[in-house]
Design a protein around this ligand. Sequence first.
Ligand SMILES: Cc1cc2nc3c(=O)[nH]c(=O)nc-3n(C[C@H](O)[C@H](O)[C@H](O)COP(=O)(O)OP(=O)(O)OC[C@H]3O[C@@H](n4cnc5c(N)ncnc54)[C@H](O)[C@@H]3O)c2cc1C
Length: 498
Amino acid sequence: MAPPPAALLLLLPPALAALLAGAAAATRAPPRSIAVVGAGIGGSAVAYFLQQHFGPQVQLDVYEAANVGGRLATVTVNKQQYESGGASIHSLNLHMQDFVKILGLKHRREVAGKSAIFSGEHFVLEETDWYLLNLFRLWWHYGISFLRLQMWVEEVMEKFMRIYKYQAYGYAFSSLEELLRSLGGEAFVNMTQRSVAESLLEVGVTQRFVDDVIAAVLRSSYGQSVLVPAFAGAMSLAGAQGSTWAVEGGNKLVCSGLLKLTKANVIPARVTGVSLHSSEGRALYQVHYEDDEGQGSGFYDMVVLTAPLHPSKSNFTFQNFEPPITDFPGAFQPSVTSVVHGYLNSSYFGFPDPKLFPFASILTTDTPDLFFNAMDNICPVNISSAFRRKQPQEAAVWRVLSQQPLDKQQLKTLFRSYYSVQVTEWQAYPHYDSAKSLPPIVLHDNLFYLSSVEWVASSMEMVAVAAKNVALLAYNRWYQDLEKIDQKDLMHKVKTEL
Ligand SMILES: Cc1cc2nc3c(=O)[nH]c(=O)nc-3n(C[C@H](O)[C@H](O)[C@H](O)COP(=O)(O)OP(=O)(O)OC[C@H]3O[C@@H](n4cnc5c(N)ncnc54)[C@H](O)[C@@H]3O)c2cc1C
């Protein structure tokens, strides 16, 4: 069968176009085996997408050094599980929505709770039960800054959503810059190079709003300041504004579910490096690993790395590559989650009577001596219809985010008393103001670095978008379908031709 012309494919619905493109691809055998390093949302999503594109006959090995789910994890308090890592998903995160649907999972029921921003001495902004009063307070304190912010975030999100259409039609990008350019032109690329504060001040948001509100959102989402680049900032501000959800039973169920669906071989081992060999004139990658039994290795036609590489991971080596693959600059930001079961010390927040404490979520401003970034009264991952939030005077489960582990004195400041504290120390996100250039996606012919996307923004959906992009890129490169890579003016094509 002759391959259908690309222009004809553009006129067809995505599913049919993909089918015909698949027929065209039949001229070359698919890869025999693919290795994925890491079984977080990146690794499990890319395994799923790779299998969708290359078919079920490809051997998929997923190496995982610790736990399936990675930064999607839970801790158990009183026989109930609570999210300790990635917790909330924006309603417009379409890949995450899709995964949940495909896997037959459910959205967890939302339990309402009010938020406030704490300066270390008093609350600078408090949410009330009244929508109009909240608007009035925002306007009273900050003028129309909140409207300007909303318009700015909506514009970014609207352009970002183009990615789903491009991906549905099989388009992929070989660099983060090309991906961003296709979505929002040079302005999107520049948004990774300048701070969110700078961008917002430019559209007329006041300095006071940046200091009180934007700083609080970024401390809570990235544990960082308003110097976070504008693109990453916009993504976390969208999360703070829009409606969010989580997966009933725990977000990590998406990872285990996708891996089960693809029947990938999950290999409990730490990958120590990749070396390049050639066989019958084509690249073959040897993946070196360590497990309980010692050292081992396996050979693959293709490898996808879904674990962030940075200087503290310098024990991960690449051998025989020319030019050498060496440089992964930029640090990762430690972040500590303490899940505390106890009685809030509401006096510290200016409420001597605990019964009157109205907030379920406390964000903080960038105040030098403040030792925590945010704290939330959290619900378990399984919520029955009878579940209700604890009264403020009752013992509840709180998730406290901080830069350093909390010491006894700090815990006593926040809690009158507590039954248990469970601490998870994460290498959470890139430290955004420490490196400006974006890492590559393609490290070699069929060796891909999915986690590079975290330097644009780090969230479950960004990683899922990158997983789909890497799967499409791998597929288009394998079958030399170059028209589907780094196409310019895609938005115009989508509008006029598709
Ligand atoms: C405290 C916290 C709160 C967050 N909140 C949110 C949120 O509300 N919403 C949101 O969307 N995102 C949130 N995130 C971010 C989100 O969790 C991450 O962006 C996402 O989970 C990253 O997925 P990943 O698969 O790329 O990486 P990871 O989840 O880190 O997965 C990588 C996997 O690779 C494994 N690995 C590493 N090195 C090796 C090796 N050498 N060999 C084999 N395996 C290896 C690791 O063990 C890990 O399981 C949060 C993150 C943290 C830490």
